[in-house]
Write a protein that binds this ligand. Structure first.
Ligand code: 13P
Length: 256
């Protein structure tokens, strides 16, 4: 079991222009107290176009909120039209970068190889990758969840040093639970998160397995956050649509 604070992350996906983003963060920070930040690490992942505005807001108002990105290139710079490099994100004080979200894997063709390159690029710039893994409904129904997750964790993390592993966060997001309103039950989520921790232990040793935080994501709401977070191998939540509402996101944080 990981020993640091739980990490509650809001993945805004392709929502909120920079003005809406500023309003949402101001409202969220207003609802949170310093004791919340003492207990929980809280991070928002707005779209790229909002990052500079939110960084300025966090700095100016001395907020304890962390800034995250949803994706990045594995290239450092150059002729890669439309890409955003990890050094550009690091310069904006981005702490966490989501890599391998199922929407990027399924809709934009990101392979395990690409996800690995992105994860290494994020680590090179001293940020923490949030490596997303998860099973499709078909894999779940045919009891292939462990096979799928095993392969994704192996290809994402094999060969990393202890120092690198200790910066990694893993998010288990069953694809069948994303945006459906049907979350995995706490015991289902715990079983897979515990399995993920055992793979990390085999790859990097028990100490590495104890420091890697594992989040659950997929239809997290204020009503299920507490039970999910009570599971021993769930050290945080990756929240999609409920993070777009300051009241719901703050309520989820209160359960952590
Ligand atoms: P929802 O919380 O909207 O199901 O999205 C989960 C997710 O994909 C977070 O990355």
């Amino acid at each position: 079991m990981a020993d640091s604070k739980p990490l509650i992350s809001g993945n805004w996906k392709m929502n909120c222009n920079h003005l809406e983003a500023i309003q949402l963060v101001q409202k969220l920070d207003f609802k949170l107290q310093s004791k919340d930040y003492d207990r929980v690490e809280i991070c928002v992942h707005p779209p790229f176009t909002d990052l500079r505005s939110i960084q300025t807001l966090i700095d100016g108002d001395k907020m304890s909120l962390k800034l995250g990105a949803q994706n990045c290139s594995w290239f450092e710079s150059g002729a890669y039209t439309g890409e955003v490099s990890p050094s550009m994100l690091a310069k904006l004080n981005v702490s966490y970068v989501i890599v391998g979200h199922s929407e990027r894997r399924e809709l934009f063709g990101e392979t395990d190889e690409i996800v690995r390159k992105k994860l290494e690029a994020v680590l090179r710039h001293n940020m923490s990758p949030i490596l997303c893994v998860g099973d499709t409904l078909e894999e779940y129904e045919t009891e292939k969840t462990q096979d799928k997750v095993f392969f994704q964790i192996q290809s994402g993390l094999k060969g990393l040093s202890f120092e690198q592993l200790s910066k990694v966060v893993v998010a288990y997001e069953p694809i069948w639970a994303i945006g459906t309103g049907h979350n995995a039950t706490p015991s289902q989520a715990q079983a897979t998160c515990s399995f993920i921790r055992s793979i990390i232990s085999d790859l990097g040793g028990s100490e590495a397995a104890s420091v890697v935080r594992i989040q659950y994501g997929g239809s997290v709401r204020p009503g299920n956050a507490h039970d999910l977070l009570s599971q021993p191998d769930i050290n945080g939540l990756l929240v999609g649509s409920a993070s777009l509402d300051a009241d719901s996101f703050a309520e989820i944080i209160n359960f952590a």
